[in-house]
Design a protein around this ligand. Structure first.
Ligand code: ADP
Ligand code: MG
Length: 907
C-alpha cells in the first residue's frame, strides 16, 4: 500500500488535542460558515481584537472578501471539524507583484488553545511560498495576546514594530529554517501522541462482529481481551446475539451503556463503513479494523468516517494491538500469546512477521510495551508508533517491519530524532524487487529500491537487518549490553583455535577491527595458549583463568567489545556442565559489551543470567554474534556523530533555473531530456561546474568553435560530441571524439558524424579537453515516494560495470557530503595514493550539495547525471551532463497532514 503523494488542495491534519480537522481553500460555498465564524463563533472582544473596533458589517465584509469572486492575490484556508468551521487564515498580496502579503487569522472562541491557528498558518505559509510570497505582515492590537503567542510559537523569526497601541508584525517565510521545522515537528509529535491515546491507552473497548461461533475472529479477540485482564470496560456487539459467554451482547455501538474509546471491528468488509460511521457519530476515538479485503468504495467510506469524526484507524487487515502497561493490559489481537510486559515497542505491517517476532522475543525473554499490527496501513503507520514510543517512558527499544512507506521523508525525519534516544531496528523487506527503472542515466541505474531504502535507514540511524533472526539477534545485544566505542575493536576469545579463526573472520566481515593484544595476557592462560587476536585459550582453560582473562581484556583501552566462543570439551571449562558457566560467574554488565557463542546451543540466541543479575546474550553462531556487534558499533557511530546541519550551498539562482524549467515544460508538457545548451544553463544557475560547451550546427561552426576552445583545452585539444534528441550513452555509439588537435581533425570527425548519424544529427557539442583526473559520477534521481536521491560514484564509461556508489536522500547534511566520498571504494584514489596530490574534495562536496539543493527546489528535475565529473587537485569539472524534466507537483514532505491511502483516493 502506498500513499499517493500529490499536493492536495485539501488535507487532513491533527490539532494539538488529537482532533482531526480538514484544511481546505475557502470558496463561495463557505460564505455562511465564514460569516458564522466571525459572528456566533466570536465574542465581542474577539471581534474587537480582529477588526480593531466593533464595526457592524466587518464580519459580512470578511466573508465577502474570502468567499466572493476569486481575487488573484488572495489565499484563504479554512479548518473544519466535521461540518464546523474552526478557523480561517488568509493572506493577500495588496499590490502585486510583491513578495509581501497581508495576513489575517481567526479561530472560533471555543477552539482557542488547541493549535488550530498554528496549523492553519503552517498550511498558509506553505501555499504562500509556492506562490513566491516571502513575508507575511499583519497589524495586531497591542493587547491581542493570543495572536502574539501564536507568532511566538510558530518558530519563524518575527519582527515587531509598535505604534499607537498597534503592533505591526512582519514574518519572513522560510520553511527551511531549522527552528521552524523543529517547532512544526514538535507540534506534530504532540498532536500525534494525543490522537493515539484512544488506541494505545483506551479506558474502554468494544468488539463489533462477535459471533456466537467460537473460533471466529471477533469472538477470539473478545475472549483474549477478557482473559488478558483489561483494566477497563469491555463490551461485545452483535445485532443478533443476546448473550455471549454468559454476558450480554449489545445490538449496536449506539446501544452500549457508554461510549468506548476503542472499537475493534471484525465485521464483514461490506459492514465496515457503516459501523465506522456509527462509531464516529457516538464519539469513539480509535478503530482497529481486523477485516480484510475492503474494496475501494468501502475503503473510502471507512476513511471518510474516521476523518470526519477524528478517529485514528489501525488496519484494515490488522492482527490487532496489545498494550502491556499494567494500567491498561489490553490484548486485542489474535496472534500468539499475550506478550510479557517489557520495554520493546513493535509495529509490523505483516501479521505473520508480528507473530514470529513476538514468539522469538518471548523465547529470548525481551518483554513488550506495545504491539501494533499495522495491516494495510490506511492511517496509523510506523511513523505514528515511533512518536508514541518516543513519548512513552516504558519503551526503550523499537522494532519495525515495514513493507512500504507512505511518507518516507517524514518517517526519516521522525526516526532521525527517535534513534538519538532509543535503538530502532527494522527488517528490510522487499530487497529482491529488482525493479530498476528504464535506466537511461547511470544515476537512475544506481537508484534501485534497495539503495534508496538503505539510504533512508542509514540517514535516520535505523538498524536495518535482513531477516527476523538477524533483527532479534541484534536486539538481544542492544537490549542487554552497553554499546561499544564507535571504533569497534573486538577481542575474540575461544577455547578451540579453529572456532576462534572463524569468529575472527566473521568480525572482519561485519567491519569490526581485530587489534593486536598485549603478549602479557598469555600469563593468565594455560601453557600453549595464544594471545594473538583471536585468543586461543586451549581446551584446558579453567573458569578462573577465563574470568581473569575477560577482566584483563575489559581493562584494555584498545578493546571495545569481547566475543567469546566456546565449545564443550572433556577438558578445561566445567567439563560436565556447559562452558558458558564460566562466563556466568562474572558480571554481565561490564565497561564494554560482551557476546558469547556456544557452538552446541540449539536456539539462535538466548539470554543467560550472570552473577550480577544482568543477562548475557549467547548465540549459536559466531556470524550472528559478530553481525550483532557490527550493528551495535554502527549505532555507537551514529550516536557519536553530532546532528549535522543541512548543506547550504551559496549562490543557487532559483529564479533563473525556475524560468528555464517552466519554459521547457510549457513546450514539452510530457517532459523529456534537455538539450545540451539548456542543460548547461540549468546547471550553471546552481553553480554546478560544467566545462565550456559550444553548440555547432555545421562543419564550419564546429571547426571555428574548436579553434577557440582548443586554446583552453589540455595540451591544446578539443572534444567533439554528436547530438541528436533522445540519444542515450554517446560513446558506445561512436558519438564522442576526444583529443582533437587540429582543424583538419575536427573537420574529419564532423564529416564522420554526419555520415554515421545522417539527418538525425542535430549538431555537435564542442568542448575543450579537460586535464586528466579521476572520473566520478554525480547525479540525482527523484523517487515518486522517497523524494530525491543523490548518487556519487566511480564514473566514466564503465560506471555501471564498476558500480562503486554512495547514495543519500536529499536534503544532504554537511556530514553526508563527507561520508559519501569516504564510503567509495575509490576514496583512496581521491585522497592521493603513492605520493599523488589529493583531489579537490571540497569541489566534489560542493557538486553534491548543489545537486541536492537543485533536486529539493525542483521536483521537476527527475533525473540529472553528471558523468564524468573530472576531479583533480585543483578542482572538479563535469564534461558530460544529462537532465530530464517532468511535470511534478511540488510536495512538502514536512507539511503536517494525515496520510491518504491510495485505495481510498478519489471519489
Ligand atoms: P557518454 O557518457 O555519453 O558516452 P561522454 O561525454 O561522457 O559520453 O564521453 C565519454 C568519455 O570521454 C568520458 O567519460 C571522458 O572520459 C571522455 N571525455 C568526454 N569529454 C571530455 C572532455 N571535454 N575532456 C576530457 N575527456 C572527455
Ligand atoms: Mg558520460
Amino acid at each position: 500500500m502506498s500513499t499517493v503523494q500529490q499536493p492536495h488542495s485539501t488535507a487532513e491534519a491533527l490539532l494539538a488535542d488529537g482532533t482531526t480537522v480538514e484544511i481546505r481553500p475557502l470558496g463561495p460555498d463557505d460564505h455562511r460558515a465564514v460569516l458564522g465564524l466571525h459572528t456566533a463563533g466570536m465574542s465581542e472582544e474577539s471581534r474587537r481584537m480582529r477588526f480593531f473596533g466593533v464595526s457592524r458589517n466587518a464580519p459580512e465584509q470578511a466573508a465577502d472578501r474570502l468567499c466572493g469572486p476569486p481575487r488573484s492575490g488572495l489565499l484563504g484556508f479554512g479548518a473544519w471539524a466535521g461540518e464546523e468551521l474552526v478557523g480561517e487564515a488568509d493572506c493577500e498580496v495588496l499590490d502585486e507583484p510583491s513578495e509581501t502579503a497581508e495576513l489575517a487569522l481567526v479561530v472560533a472562541d471555543r477552539w482557542h488553545g488547541r493549535g488550530a491557528a498554528t496549523l492553519l498558518l503552517e498550511h498558509l505559509v506553505h501555499a504562500a511560498r509556492q506562490r513566491g510570497i516571502r513575508f507575511f505582515e499583519a497589524d495586531t492590537l497591542f493587547g491581542n495576546r493570543a495572536v502574539h503567542r501564536v507568532f511566538a510559537d510558530l518558530g519563524l523569526p518575527v519582527e515587531r514594530r509598535c505604534a499607537q497601541g498597534e503592533v505591526r508584525i512582519r514574518v519572513p517565510l522560510d520553511e527551511r529554517d531549522e527552528r521552524y521545522r523543529s517547532a512544526v515537528d514538535e507540534r506534530g509529535r504532540r498532536a500525534g501522541v494525543a490522537s493515539l491515546a484512544g488506541l494505545l491507552r483506551p479506558a474502554s473497548v468494544a468488539v463489533v462482529g462477535v459471533s456466537r461461533r467460537s473460533g471466529s475472529v471477533g469472538r477470539t479477540v473478545l475472549g483474549r481481551i477478557r482473559r488478558g485482564g483489561f483494566a477497563g470496560e469491555v463490551w461485545a456487539v452483535n445485532p443478533r446475539a443476546g448473550e455471549i459467554d454468559g454476558r450480554p451482547a449489545f445490538p449496536s455501538v449506539r446501544a452500549l451503556p457508554a461510549v468506548p474509546d476503542l472499537v475493534v471491528l471484525a465485521v464483514p468488509a461490506g459492514a465496515v463503513p457503516g459501523v465506522a460511521e456509527e462509531c464516529g457519530a457516538v464519539g469513539v476515538r480509535a478503530l482497529v479494523v481486523l477485516t480484510s479485503g475492503l474494496d475501494a468504495h468501502q475503503a473510502r467510506g471507512l476513511m471518510r468516517a474516521c476523518r470526519r469524526h477524528s478517529m485514528r484507524v489501525v488496519g484494515p487487515n490488522s492482527l490487532g494491538t496489545a498494550q502491556t502497561d499494567p494500567a491498561v493490559r489490553l490484548d486485542a489481537e489474535f496472534g500468539g500469546a499475550f506478550p510479557r510486559p517489557g520495554s520493546a515497542g513493535i509495529a509490523v505491517q505483516s501479521g505473520g512477521v508480528g507473530i514470529a517476532l513476538l514468539q522469538r522475543l518471548a523465547w529470548l525473554g525481551i518483554g513488550v510495551s506495545s504491539f501494533v499490527s499495522l495491516g494495510d496501513k490506511y492511517d496509523v503507520s510506523g511513523n505514528d508508533l515511533l512518536q508514541w514510543w518516543e513519548a512513552d517512558d516504558r519503551t526503550d527499544l523499537a522494532l519495525l517491519h515495514l513493507e512500504s512507506f507512505g511518507s518516507p521523508r517524514a518517517f526519516g525525519r521522525t526516526a532521525r530524532r527517535v534513534t538519538r534516544t532509543i535503538p530502532v531496528l527494522t527488517v528490510d523487506a522487499g530487497r529482491s524487487t529488482a525493479g530498476r527503472r528504464g535506466a537511461a542515466s547511470h544515476t537512475a541505474a544506481a537508484a534501485t529500491p534497495t539503495v534508496t531504502r538503505e539510504a533512508l535507514f542509514r540517514q535516520a540511524g535505523i538498524t536495518a537487518t535482513r531477516s527476523i533472526d538477524e533483527l532479534v539477534e541484534a536486539a538481544a545485544l542492544l537490549h542487554a549490553q552497553p554499546l561499544p566505542a564507535p571504533r569497534g575493536a573486538v577481542a575474540v576469545v575461544s577455547n578451540a583455535g579453529g572456532i576462534g579463526i572463524l569468529a575472527a573472520d566473521a568480525c572482519a566481515d561485519a567491519g569490526l577491527l581485530l587489534p593486536e593484544l598485549p603478549v602479557g595476557l598469555a600469563d593468565l592462560l594455560p601453557p600453549g595458549a595464544s594471545v594473538r587476536n583471536p585468543v586461543d585459550t586451549t581446551a584446558a582453560v579453567t573458569p578462573v583463568e577465563l574470568t581473569h582473562l575477560l577482566r584483563a581484556l575489559e581493562r584494555e583501552p584498545g578493546i571495545d567489545a569481547i566475543l567469546v566462543c566456546l565449545v564443550p570439551t572433556a577438558l578445561g571449562v566445567t567439563p560436565d556442565r556447559d562452558p558458558v558457566y564460566a562466563l556466568l560467574e562474572g558480571p554481565a554488565r561490564r565497561r564494554i559489551p560482551i557476546a558469547a557463542v556456544l557452538l552446541d546451543q540449539q536456539v539462535p540466541v538466548c539470554y543467560r543470567t550472570c552473577a550480577d543479575g544482568g543477562v548475557l546474550p549467547v548465540y549459536s553462531d559466531s556470524v550472528a554474534a559478530a553481525r550483532a556487534l557490527g550493528h551495535a558499533r554502527d549505532r555507537a557511530r551514529w550516536l557519536a556523530e553530532p546532528a549535522s546541519a543541512e548543506a547550504d550551498p551559496p549562490d543557487c539562482d532559483r529564479r533563473t533555473a525556475g524560468s528555464l524549467v517552466d519554459r521547457y515544460l510549457a513546450v514539452h508538457p510530457e517532459g523529456g531530456w534537455l538539450d545540451p545548451l539548456s542543460t548547461a544553463d540549468l546547471l550553471e544557475a546552481y553553480g554546478l561546474p560544467l566545462t565550456t560547451s559550444v553548440w555547432a550546427r555545421d562543419e564550419h561552426a564546429a571547426v571555428a568553435a574548436a579553434r577557440g576552445l582548443r586554446r583552453l583545452g589540455h595540451e591544446g585539444r578539443a572534444a567533439l560530441k554528436a547530438y541528436w534528441p533522445g540519444q542515450v550513452h554517446k560513446s558506445a555509439l561512436g558519438a564522442v571524439r576526444t583529443g582533437l588537435a587540429t582543424d583538419a581533425e575536427v573537420r574529419s570527425v564532423y564529416r564522420e558524424f554526419a555520415r554515421r548519424f545522417g539527418p538525425e544529427l542535430a549538431g555537435v557539442v564542442v568542448q575543450p579537453m579537460a586535464a586528466p583526473g579521476i572520473e566520478l559520477l554525480a547525479g540525482i534521481v527523484q523517487d515518486q515516494v522517497f523524494g530525491p536521491l543523490v548518487v556519487l560514484g566511480m564514473g566514466g564509461t564503465a560506471a555501471d560495470v564498476l558500480a562503486d556508489r554512495a547514495a543519500r536522500l536529499a536534503p544532504l547534511s554537511e556530514r553526508d557530503l563527507t561520508t559519501m566520498v569516504a564510503e567509495l571504494c575509490c576514496a583512496a584514489l581521491l585522497s592521493g595514493t603513492g605520493g599523488a596530490p589529493p583531489a579537490d574534495l571540497a569541489a566534489v562536496r560542493s557538486v553534491l550539495a548543489r545537486l541536492s539543493r537543485l533536486a529539493e527546489d525542483f521536483p521537476e528535475v527527475v533525473e540529472a547525471d553528471l558523468n564524468p565529473v573530472v576531479v583533480r587537485p585543483d578542482g572538479a569539472v563535469g564534461v558530460d551532463a544529462r537532465v530530464r524534466l517532468e511535470r511534478r507537483p511540488s510536495f512538502d514532505p514536512y507539511l503536517r497532514r494525515l496520510r491518504r491511502p491510495a485505495v481510498a483516493e478519489g471519489e
